[in-house]
Design a protein around this ligand. Structure first.
Ligand code: ZN
Length: 168
């Protein structure tokens, strides 16, 4: 049976039509629940069978490495990394429920199935790079341009994969 790895959005939005007994999440997800309603939804889900599991360190390491490659690492919170690690561990039989763009991007690269909670799913995988706001040269990383000293800004580099784009 398919399980669902629940991002904080599942409890914040409260409109995902998945049975609570099929949900798995990580303990730190609670840190991202700011509203009373979302905390109530989380508690109710736990009563109805939501599993709260610690992520495995080896999985977290793999997620972190992948996020470095796609330049998503600075967008990911501790909870995001843990959610991704949990989804990676259950990759064979689980779907990750998330609306977070960076989380979706890394998940797709790790071969994790993703289902959006409220937003549309992204179609393409993006690689980020840094561009100088002064001389417009692009770099892999860094905060300051080594040529002219201006600040570097994050910029999309390329799409790795796109689903059947029809050009007519
Ligand atoms: Zn420059």
């Amino acid at each position: 049976m398919t399980s669902y790895i629940a991002d904080s959005a599942v409890f914040i939005m409260g409109n995902c039509n998945v049975d609570n007994s099929l949900l798995i999440t990580v303990p730190s997800v609670v840190d991202e629940l700011k509203s009373k309603d979302s905390v109530l939804r989380f508690d109710l889900a736990k009563e109805e069978g939501l599993r709260v599991e610690w992520p495995e360190p080896e999985m977290e390491k793999e997620v972190r490495e992948k996020a470095e490659q796609t330049r998503d690492s600075e967008e990911l919170s501790k909870t995001d990394l843990e959610i991704l690690a949990k989804a990676l561990e259950h990759r064979e039989k689980a779907v990750l429920l998330t609306d977070d763009y960076a989380v979706q991007n890394v998940a797709v690269q790790l071969g994790i199935q993703v289902k959006p909670v409220a937003q549309k799913k992204i179609k393409d995988v993006l690689i980020w790079q840094k561009q100088c706001i002064g001389c417009k040269k692009t770099f892999e990383k860094g905060e300051e341009c080594p040529i002219c000293g201006s600040p570097l800004k994050k910029k999309r580099k390329k799409r790795l994969k796109s689903k059947s784009h029809k050009e007519s």
